[in-house]
Ligand binder design. Sequence first.
Ligand code: C2R
Length: 162
Amino acid sequence: MTTPPVGIIMGSQSDWATMREAAVLLDELGVGYESRIVSAHRTPDRLWDYGKTAVERGLQVIIAGAGGAAHLPGMMASKTRVPVIGVPVQTRALSGVDSLYSIVQMPKGYPVATMAIGSAGAANAALMAAGILALQDAKLAKRLDDWRAALSASIPQEPSDD
Ligand SMILES: Nc1c(C(=O)O)ncn1[C@@H]1O[C@H](COP(=O)(O)O)[C@@H](O)[C@H]1O
């Protein structure tokens, strides 16, 4: 089985409602991906193996979503040089600010490209991954340009009352 270019990983099944937004967009753009539950806290060996084999398996971008003490994206960035895009999942207790702060403040040397909290962040992670892959893929670049143009065209000039 060939490895798709993008790995979507998340700390828990409960993150899928958010991370699905990334999957939906990658589907729209025709970008292959795999989705896995990988937790630094609950499945540390799985995290280790995923990070250790990411380069040799051919993953090109990893989108990592987690909530609360969201160590998954940073730990994955420590384990592989494959670029990691972090998605702070919204939490009930602290609205996702906990997730954001856990992901964004990486020490020098191990970056995580951190998106907005919640579903907008998950969707943007997919667009960011597509943008990275499009640097080497002219057909994808065209699909991404078309997607962006369609979004622009859908924005009305004036507000309406309905
Ligand atoms: N932040 C992490 C990590 C991790 O960073 O390794 N593993 C699970 N979690 C988070 O725990 C939250 C609650 O998980 P449950 O809903 O399973 O209790 C989820 O948002 C998950 O990302």
